[in-house]
Write a protein that binds this ligand. Structure first.
Ligand code: ADP
Ligand code: MG
Length: 744
């Protein structure tokens, strides 16, 4: 049945070639109980390993049922081992963390037996080898003799025509050894049993044939009893199905996952590290990208990603009821009714040629920040609040106690008619600075006015953003406005240039003014009281700077306020959680408002630049993940090294490369999933505020929505699978036998 013709096996290690055995001729048949003896190092184990397909050979030919094996592929060799060979080793090669039952069951699982036939068979075989009471004992707790019985049970479960045993009694006391040999003999009917021993007396009474080896050669081959029957055509039992079924792979994989608690915990730690690292890398890069995305918008100075600009869909003025409705939305942090202030950059300058630009705020918000001075008492006083940078503080100190005009950054128009005096200054707390920076209302300087002052700024700001056209004598003139309180309401003074348009006497005539914007279009009528020129300017106004005022229309401040007190056609909403800003926007739209998220109204610094930056960030992410992958793999490999024994045992029992790879995959994916759940749990705890005061974490995960979690999950699973594949590959670089020898 098995025939070796001049078969030689060489080992080459480090350039030195050693001979395992050479030019061995041998024919072995069913029904034989063969003992191979010889001193240590004579090549017995090597011969046995070649016969059982655990090792390759370099010369000659081995025939199985007349079929040459030298050209076998790895798969064919695996098939051969699976169908023909049952192995028993001196070192038992049991899976120590499995029970007796599980060790035997494993063989049947690997051969593809179905569930219903496994249990009775396992019980039967275990009873046969006399271990009935030990079925659920872990292999590690058994005595040597008992262990070898399990190994025999395992070989029996395979139902192969050949059982090879390499020094099965080498580690046993005399009594157990005798029992084992007897057990083997009992099972030897209809099988070929090849047993290697250097203690021939132990087997003498059973063997049918004795082969003696010396220095890699067969020196004696003697028939002891019986007659060799040459049966060339023994057919092994067909495997029940191709291989390990999916269900059984899962069952075994899960068993392996939790089998050795220490290994499970270590692996879990590694994978939690992998998941955490992936979350950190992913969120950091997303954070970067969200900053990058913000860009700028020339119409809105405040481009906070938390801002939604709203107007009524019917384009009417907002009413108090509107604001109440909007404020009741869960995610709304605050409503900024008059958001013009938010978008106005003010400019504070004087003749000493120093200047400051910044945004306008309500002084009341910064009462606690005052370093020096006092709070503003009227609309012509303000405090400066600066960020903690030396030049900004220096500027504030220089401006302190000085007066200057607050003007609009773009048009240079005065925001408040009179000069405004700085009556104090303060410094933002670090926390406030961070918040401002994060929300992109970051400015070095805040001009803080009282409510009245802010109101004045509002009229000017609105004037700046709307169109004002004077109509006189059928002509349209654009002209700036200046207020003088001595002019009665409903009356104006015009410049001689406007008068020059008509050939009539202007005084007493009507000057019409049209103010318009996207939201309103109003017309007012004034009576012209005077026409001023260089000659009478000083007489009429008491002022001396005609050059500055020429071209203006003068009117009463109350009229001016009336024209630009329009109520609010546009307001803004700041949301609490910017990750769900789109939902909030949808809610607002449903309530009857047009809504524009600031994040959607940005103009970026060119598509190409943004793409490059995105590509770079993606590269960074890939780089970090790769590093993470290899660090994790390195540690994982150290942990999984303890599994090498397991997998080489599986292979020796007839498990294929695919079986092993599948089992590793299941195990790794199991642990990766548990690790992911742990990470997701921690993130949820932070998200829902159970774990507090980790501001760094909070900020990081503020970008994590379900979609990103799904992306991270996929990343983790892909990396885990790659880990499994890499490990499986490394496992198969060595033959099962060598891998085993190395570890045991
Ligand atoms: P036995 O089982 O009879 O004690 P072996 O078959 O183990 O002998 O060894 C036969 C010869 O092959 C010895 O000279 C041994 O040194 C050599 N040998 C066995 N295994 C290896 C190996 N993995 N690498 C190199 N040489 C080996
Ligand atoms: Mg040996």
């Amino acid at each position: 049945m098995l025939k070796l013709e001049k078969v030689s096996k060489y080992y080459s290690a480090g350039g030195v070639v050693a001979t395992g055995f050479s030019k061995v001729n041998l024919e072995l048949n069913i029904g034989e109980f063969v003992a191979i003896t010889g001193e240590s190092g004579s090549g017995k184990s090597t011969l046995l390993n070649v016969i059982s397909g655990l090792d390759s050979y370099e010369e000659g030919e081995m025939y199985v049922n007349g079929m040459a094996t030298s050209g076998f592929t790895r798969n064919e060799l695996e098939e051969y081992r699976k169908k023909y060979i049952g192995n028993i080793f001196q070192t038992f090669n049991l899976i120590n963390s499995y029970t007796v039952y599980q060790n035997v069951e494993l063989v049947l699982l690997l051969s593809g037996a179905n569930k219903s036939e496994i249990a009775p068979k396992v019980h039967e075989i275990i009873e046969k080898v006399g271990l009935k009471e030990y079925e659920s004992t872990k292999a590690s707790k058994l005595s040597g003799g008992q262990k070898q019985r399990v190994a025999i049970a395992r070989a029996l479960a395979k139902e192969t025509p050949v059982i090879v045993a390499d020094e099965p009694t080498g580690n046993l006391d005399t009594k157990s050894a005798a029992e084992i040999v007897e057990l083997l003999h009992e099972l030897s009917k209809d099988k070929l049993i090849v047993i290697v021993t250097h203690n021939y007396e132990q087997v003498e009474q059973y063997v049918t044939r004795k082969i003696t080896m010396h220095d890699g050669k067969v020196v004696e081959d003697k028939q002891i009893r019986g007659e060799a029957v040459c049966t060339d055509t023994i057919e092994p039992k067909e495997a029940m199905s191709e291989s390990l079924s999916i269900g059984n792979t899962l069952r075994l994989g899960v068993r392996n996952t939790f089998n050795i608690p220490a290994k499970f915990i270590l692996m879990l730690i590694v994978f939690v590290f992998l998941c955490g690292g992936t979350v950190a890398a992913y969120t950091s890069v997303m954070n970067e990208e969200s900053y990058m995305d913000s860009g700028y918008n020339e119409y809105f100075r405040n481009t906070s990603p938390e801002r939604i600009v709203i107007k009524r869909q019917d384009k009417q003025v907002f009413k108090i009821a509107d604001y109440d409705k909007i404020a009741s939305i869960e995610n709304v942090d605050r409503v900024i009714k008059d958001d013009l202030i938010l978008d106005t950059t003010a400019y504070f300058s004087n003749d000493d040629s120093y200047w400051l630009s910044g945004s306008l705020e309500d002084a009341a918000l910064f009462e606690n920040q005052l370093e020096e001075g006092r709070m503003p008492k009227n609309n012509h006083e303000m405090i400066l609040v600066v960020c903690d940078e030396s030049y900004a503080i220096d500027s504030a100190k220089t401006a302190y106690k000085k007066k200057s005009y607050l003007t609009n950054d773009y048009t240079g128009e005065r925001l408040i008619d009179k000069k405004v005096k700085v009556v104090g200054y303060g410094i933002l707390t670090e926390e406030q600075q961070e918040l401002m920076q994060k929300n992109m209302h970051y400015m070095d300087v805040y001009f803080c006015l009282n409510k009245k002052g802010l109101n004045e700024v509002r009229y000017s700001a609105l004037q700046g953003r709307s169109k004002t056209v004077f109509k006189y004598a059928g002509k349209e003139i654009t002209s700036p406005i200046k207020t003088y309180s001595f002019i009665p309401e409903g009356h104006v003074y015009i410049n001689e240039e406007i008068d020059a348009l008509s050939d009539q006497w202007a005084i007493g005539q009507t000057l019409k003014v049209n103010t318009s914007s996207t939201y309103f279009d109003d017309t007012y009528s004034f009576t012209i009281d005077a026409v001023y020129s260089a000659n009478n300017y000083n007489y009429l106004t008491g002022a001396t700077s005609y050059e500055d005022d020429s071209g203006y229309v003068f009117m009463n401040p109350e009229d001016f306020k009336k024209m630009y007190t329009k109520g609010n056609y546009q307001s803004s909403v700041m949301v609490k959680d910017k990750t769900i800003i789109d939902d909030t926007k949808a809610q607002l739209e449903e309530m009857g408002y047009s809504a524009l998220c600031m994040k959607d109204a940005m103009f970026n610094e060119g598509e190409e630049y943004a793409m490059m930056e995105k590509a770079f960030l993606t590269l960074v992410l890939v780089g970090i993940l790769t590093a993470l992958f290899f660090v994790t793999y390195f540690i994982l490999k150290l942990i999984l090294k303890s599994r090498n024994v397991f997998f080489s045992t599986i292979r020796m029992l007839g498990g294929t490369k695919k079986n092993c790879a599948d089992l590793i995959r299941v195990e790794v994916i199991m642990v990766a999933n548990i690790a992911f759940l742990i990470c997701a749990g921690v993130i949820s705890l932070v998200h829902f505020g159970v774990i507090e005061n980790i501001s760094y974490l909070n900020q990081l995960i503020s970008y994590l929505d379900l979609k990103s979690m799904a992306v991270i999950y996929v990343l983790v699973i892909i990396m885990s699978l790659l880990q499994a594949v890499r490990y499986a590959k490394s496992l198969f670089k060595k033959t099962a036998m060598n891998a085993y020898k190395e570890e045991v």
